[in-house]
Structure formats: structure tokens, C-alpha cells
Design a protein around this ligand. Structure first.
Ligand code: GAP
Length: 516
């Protein structure tokens, strides 16, 4: 049973708006869709690009100590051996023998070992009711509540493929023919080893390329520690459980920074990046209090981290991760240096070597990694912006309006240009305003369908912060009406000042009060 029906309802309203208004569509929908893959439609792609652009602006362009890169998704397979992903990037997988669901043991409902459990035969509502006790794993099937579960096994989340004209099946067929006596786990292990030989992987995080290219970036750009490398791009994980729309999917986008610091300074830099990142997310939000910082306890820490904080958001189903800010030590650089013999360290002639006390210190930098989900961030801002409110309509009667109160910098369309009627020269005047915006590089949309009130509501729903209405008065005195999305306030401004007015609002620092 949903804990909070109104929150559940809000989520389904956002999902429905995403499809109706061209933000997000299920992938390959006319073929029945594909598990947890999504396509970003005309407005979704603008929103995602705006979000990524804001991140890039603040993490790269606004700083002297960070440079960007854009790496290939496919990397040498040994990268994933050195990073620990081949052996350790696994989730505990369990099968339910009753309803055949496959799920993550660490996310399943827990109950004391030996306590009573009840479920329906076959996991179906019509099945006979059954009783039993919770097994040694202390968990139940999240779908049907059965305690009749398989042993837990480790499931690697990396998506495997092959590159070039290799035929992985050929090697398997040859092996089976040459080893007729092999069966069961022995055969499985042998075939898996053969597959691994030819395998390449879709990256499960963008981070590794920034470690592997550390020396190239540092030397080509003459960067001095502390400095960072930033990247935005797709990552892939064969998630056992995909959930909550685009919150957890198999293909998603990350915005990651690897910030290289002197050993011993990682604590202060971790605090710095936690503060920076939390403030960044809050600056674009209507309800900043819904974002919080949560420290990882020792049990949660990844094998490479000596400390980590999650920036969490209050989703309709409760608090959950939006970004991780990890102190990754020198683990990755050391691992790649060891595996390849490359020098992934820096030399500072001015610093005293802590061991010898003499000037000149070569060290492997420690890393602070703020790692955010771009697609998850997009969901967060849609949830934050979604609003249904009661307002008075043109006749003064109460009506409800759906509005996406997206920060103007994130809004897919910055302004809609609306001729009041489709005649009397108003479309021509409106197109002149459109041309001014296009010259200024500001995304605008022309809209002449339906009554103007209906057009306002349509743009409220997609988060357009400004509607510019061209009417009879525009012809006589050269003014138009600007209507502000959130307050619905209207004022007349000179049509040739419309770009400047909108640009001024867009230039305002995020975190300042909303326009209008
Ligand atoms: N390089 C570190 C790293 O990848 P992570 O916590 O696994 O750390 C970072 O991922 C962020 O990427 C998460 O906070 C989340 O926003 C996003 N993310 C991770 N898995 C995801 C998935 N399956 N679907 C959507 N976003 C995901």
C-alpha cells in the first residue's frame, strides 16, 4: 500500500505531464517499450541540456581550477579490472521461488529470521494462502511476500558487449565441442572466462576516463594541484531493480567532477565540495529545504572511499540519493599506475617532501568526487516545480491550474510570443519579436492557436516563465504585455525591450527571488 497517496499521485501526474507535453517518452513505445529506457522529447532535451549547461557553467567556466573532457563510452577492458568494477561492481541478487520475481537482497523487506510470514501461492491474488517462517537471509520477496527464496548471488552490473569482428559464440561452441564432459558450474565458469576475454563494457560511471587521462590533461593544460577534471555523459548499469520512472534506469547521464588535491587536505576539500554542491542544487529549487546532506556510515563506504556524503532529495517516496560527494583517496590513480606502469603523480618543486624534509615532493593526488545524476536531477527539478493551484479565471471564478515553476535558466522555452489574434498585422509584429530573440540566442516559441488564456495555461504547464502578448496597442504604441508565469502578473513593456527584460531575468543569479 502506498504510504502517502497524495505523493504517489503527484509522481504519476508528473510522469503523465512528461509524456503529454513532450518531455519524456518511453523508449521504442510503439514496439511495446524496453525495460526502463526513456527518450527525451522536444522539451525534455532542452531541460536536460539547460541543467547540464548550468552545471558546466558553475563547475568549469566559472572556475580557474577545473577543465572539462568528453571521453569515449567504451574503454580498454583492463580499466575495469584495475578500478575494481569487474570483481566488485555487483548487487546481491535473489530469486523468489513463489512468484519468480528477481530482486536485490539489500532492498528487500527485512523481517527477523524465524518470524511468521504469509503469502499467496504462485504470488497471485487468486492463489491459496500460505504460511511459513522467514529464512536465514531475514528477507521476504518484495512482490509477493514469500520467504521461499534462492540463495543470494553476486550480479555484476556492467553491460557487456564486444568490439570489432569477433564472434564470441564461435569460441563458446568450439569449447563445448572440445570439452564434452564439462557441465554445470564448471562449464559456466569456463564459458564466462571465454566471454570475458573478448568483452568490452559500456562504462558504469564517467569517472574512470578522468583518472586514466589524468597525466594527459594535467600536462597538456599545465594544471597544478588542486585542480579538477569535469565530464558529463552517459553511463550504463544493468540494474536488477529499475524504479520510479527515470530515477533508476539502465541508461542514464552523469555530471562528475574528479578534483585532485594534496594528500592530507582531502577533509577540508570534501567539506568545501559538499557545501558547494548542496548550495548549487538548492539555488534552482522552489523548496530548498527538500535537499539535505547525509554522511555515509562506515558500512556504506565504497572500497575506494575514506568518507562520503550523499546529497539527498525528498522524493514522493521519501529521501533518496541525488548526488554522492566522495573522498576517493588515491585509490584509482594508484591502481591505474600499477596496472600500466604510467606515472600518475605530480611533482611540486616548492613543497617540502614530508618524509625527507627537503624541497621537492612527488605525490599521487587524492581525489574528491562530486558525482551527480543529470537525469535524476531533471526528475528532481520536475518534482520540485510541479504545482497545482487554485486561481481565479478571467470571469473571477476559481479554477485549478497546473504550472511547472521551473527556474527560468532551466525552462525549456524562455518566452512564448503570442499574437492576440491571427490577423490585423499582429502575427507579423510577433514574428519581429521572435526574430529579436533568435538573434539574441534565447529560445522562444511562437504560438497563435486558441484563446490567449488557453495559451497561457499551456505555457504554464511546460514552465515557460514569460508570455509576451502582441495586441492592437502594439501597433499603435509599440508596447506588448509580459505575463509572469508564477505570479501571473502582467505589465506593458516596449516590444523592442522584450529581449532585454527577459535576458535580465535570465542573467539573475540562481538563488535570487523568482522573476515577476
Ligand atoms: N563515480 C561515482 C558514481 O558513479 P554513484 O553513486 O554510483 O557514484 C552517482 O552514482 C550518481 O549517478 C547518483 O547519485 C545518481 O544521481 C546517478 N545514478 C546512479 N545510478 C543511476 C541509475 N541507475 N539511474 C539514474 N541515475 C543513476
Amino acid at each position: 500500500m502506498p504510504q502517502n497517496p497524495s505523493a504517489e499521485e503527484r509522481m504519476s501526474q508528473v510522469v503523465s505531464l512528461c509524456k503529454r507535453r513532450g518531455f519524456i517518452f518511453p523508449s521504442s513505445e510503439i514496439y511495446g517499450g524496453l525495460k526502463s529506457t526513456y527518450d527525451y522529447g522536444p522539451l525534455g532535451v532542452e531541460l536536460k541540456r539547460n541543467l547540464c549547461q548550468e552545471w558546466w557553467r558553475s563547475m568549469v567556466h566559472a572556475r580557474d581550477d577545473v577543465v572539462g573532457m568528453d571521453a569515449a563510452i567504451l574503454m580498454h577492458p583492463e580499466v575495469w579490472k584495475s578500478s575494481g568494477h569487474l570483481s566488485g561492481f555487483c548487487d546481491p541478487l535473489v530469486d523468489c521461488r513463489t512468484c519468480k520475481a528477481r530482486f536485490r537482497a539489500d532492498k528487500a523487506p527485512q523481517q527477523p529470521v524465524g518470524s511468521p510470514a504469509s503469502w499467496r501461492e504462485g504470488g497471485k491474488k487468486s492463489g491459496a494462502s500460505q504460511r511459513g517462517v522467514v529464512g536465514p537471509q531475514g528477507i521476504l520477496c518484495p512482490q509477493c511476500g514469500s520467504p521461499d527464496l534462492s540463495e543470494e548471488r553476486q550480479f555484476n552490473l556492467m553491460l557487456r558487449t564486444s568490439l570489432g569482428s569477433v564472434d564470441p559464440l564461435g569460441a563458446l561452441v568450439a569449447h563445448v565441442a572440445a570439452n564434452p564432459g564439462q557441465a554445470g558450474p564448471e562449464l559456466r565458469q569456463a564459458l564466462d572466462a571465454l566471454l570475458r576475454k573478448e568483452a568490452v563494457y559500456l562504462r558504469p560511471e564517467t569517472a574512470q576516463a578522468m583518472f586514466v587521462q589524468f597525466a594527459n590533461v594535467q600536462q597538456s593544460m599545465a594544471m597544478k594541484v588542486p585542480f579538477g577534471i569535469a565530464q558529463i555523459g552517459k553511463s550504463f548499469r544493468n540494474e536488477i531493480t529499475v524504479e520510479h520512472f527515470i530515477f533508476r534506469s539502465c541508461e542514464f547521464e552523469q555530471m562528475e567532477l574528479e578534483f585532485f588535491v594534496e594528500p592530507g587536505t582531502q577533509g577540508e576539500w570534501l567539506k568545501y565540495w559538499c557545501d558547494q554542491r548542496l548550495a548549487w542544487w538548492r539555488a534552482y529549487a522552489n523548496v530548498p529545504e527538500n535537499f539535505r546532506l547525509r554522511p555515509h556510515d562506515a558500512k556504506e563506504l565504497a572500497h575506494y572511499a575514506d568518507a562520503c556524503f550523499d546529497i539527498e532529495y525528498r522524493y514522493p517516496w521519501g529521501y533518496g540519493e541525488l548526488e554522492g560527494v566522495a573522498s576517493r583517496t588515491d585509490y584509482d590513480l594508484q591502481q591505474h599506475a600499477r596496472a600500466t606502469g604510467s606515472k600518475l603523480s605530480v611533482f611540486d618543486p616548492q613543497r617540502l617532501n614530508p618524509e625527507t624534509g627537503k624541497p621537492g615532493w612527488r605525490f599521487t593526488p587524492y581525489v574528491i568526487e562530486p558525482s551527480a545524476g543529470a537525469t535524476r536531477g531533471l526528475l528532481v527539478y520536475l518534482l520540485d516545480a510541479f504545482c497545482e493551484e487554485q486561481v481565479a479565471d478571467g470571469k473571477g471564478e476559481a479554477s485549478s491550474r497546473l504550472v511547472l515553476k521551473l527556474h527560468p535558466r532551466l525552462a525549456p522555452i524562455k518566452a512564448a510570443v503570442l499574437p492576440l489574434v491571427k490577423k490585423d498585422g499582429l502575427p507579423e509584429l510577433a514574428h519581429k519579436v521572435m526574430a529579436d530573440f533568435r538573434r539574441a540566442g534565447i529560445r522562444v516559441q511562437y504560438d497563435e492557436q486558441h484563446a490567449v488564456g488557453k495559451r497561457y495555461r499551456r505555457h504554464d504547464e511546460v514552465g515557460t516563465p514569460f508570455c509576451l502578448t502582441v495586441d492592437g496597442q502594439t501597433r499603435t504604441d509599440g508596447t506588448l504585455t509580459v505575463r509572469y508565469r508564477d505570479s501571473m502578473r502582467q505589465e506593458r513593456i516596449a516590444a523592442d525591450q522584450a529581449v532585454a527584460v527577459v535576458a535580465r531575468h535570465l542573467a539573475a543569479q540562481p538563488g535570487t527571488p523568482a522573476a515577476g
